[in-house]
Design a protein around this ligand. Structure first.
Ligand code: 5RP
Length: 258
């Protein structure tokens, strides 16, 4: 189950409940998309900060919303040990701020993973991979104890699939995988010119109406040549911080203790 709440208290109230952390200024004027992304990045930071200590490792996602989070995190770099990044570009940004980046193989525990999304459904299943970093994102999310997804309101949908589903494929298998995806009802489009951090290609699958994300995620993973697909349903977000005109909306899985 997912619990939802709008939080419209004044700036940084200290109010805390089992399901909702302290929250966030209610926007006084209409916010543009970047301001909404910044607001949810700040909300994620406020959520995470009280849990950090000098041994903490943070998982960091990829994309413009994750970038806002990285930039805000920089001021607190002495409050945690290091980060694990889900892409080379995020690793570079973290290092530019003087934040240590560790290889995931050198880390056994990640408390929080903070990342954006291309779509989020009411059960907190996601489509990710618009930035072509889906495989590493999935891996870091799998290791993390708590996955906090941060997104602006344009990402919220009832049924996933309006955003074309990214599928990372071994280059040699690209056309074979594309034919298999057509059999599943999709219209795969090769993201020409994009090579992932793993040296692979991306197919963006249009026209999917994803009513059962977990089943489709598994089904696509079974196609030989698929590295990973951008459905985050088996490992969905634990918390969604959504930037809306009414403030930061918090959705939290009630089956997941924080
Ligand atoms: C990258 C991702 C991003 O999280 C997703 O594309 C959202 O990006 P943005 O925060 O720029 O809207 O999955 O692979």
């Amino acid at each position: 189950m997912v619990k939802e709440g709008h939080v419209e208290v004044m700036a940084r109230s200290k109010r805390k409940t089992a399901t909702m952390p302290a929250f966030y200024s209610r926007p006084r004027t209409f916010m543009n998309q970047n301001q909404l992304k910044q607001a949810v990045a700040q909300a994620a930071l406020d959520w995470v900060l009280p849990h950090l200590n000098d041994a903490s490792i943070l998982g960091i996602g990829t994309g413009s919303t994750a970038n806002f989070f990285i930039d805000l995190l920089a001021a607190h770099k002495h409050h945690f040990a290091a980060a694990v990044a889900s892409s080379n570009v995020s690793a570079e940004r973290l290092r530019a701020h003087g934040i240590e980046v560790r290889d995931l193989n050198d880390v056994t525990e990640i408390g929080f993973y903070v990342d954006g999304a291309d779509e989020a459904d009411p059960q907190l299943a996601l489509i990710k991979g618009g930035g072509a970093a889906l495989t590493q994102e999935k891996i870091v999310a799998a290791v993390a104890q708590t996955f906090i997804c941060i997104a602006d309101q344009s990402k919220r949908v009832n049924v996933l699939g309006q955003f074309p589903l990214p599928v990372e494929v071994i280059p040699l298998a690209r056309n074979y995988v594309a034919r298999e995806l057509v059999k599943l009802g999709g219209r795969p489009v090769y993201r020409a010119g994009v090579v992932t951090d793993n040296g692979c290609h991306i197919l963006d699958v249009h026209d999917l109406k994803i009513t059962d994300p977990q089943v489709l995620e598994m089904r696509i993973n079974q196609i030989v040549g698929v590295v990973a697909n951008g459905l985050f349903a088996a490992r969905r977000a634990d918390i969604l911080l959504l930037g809306t005109d009414r403030g930061v909306q918090v959705s939290q899985r009630s089956d997941k203790a924080q």
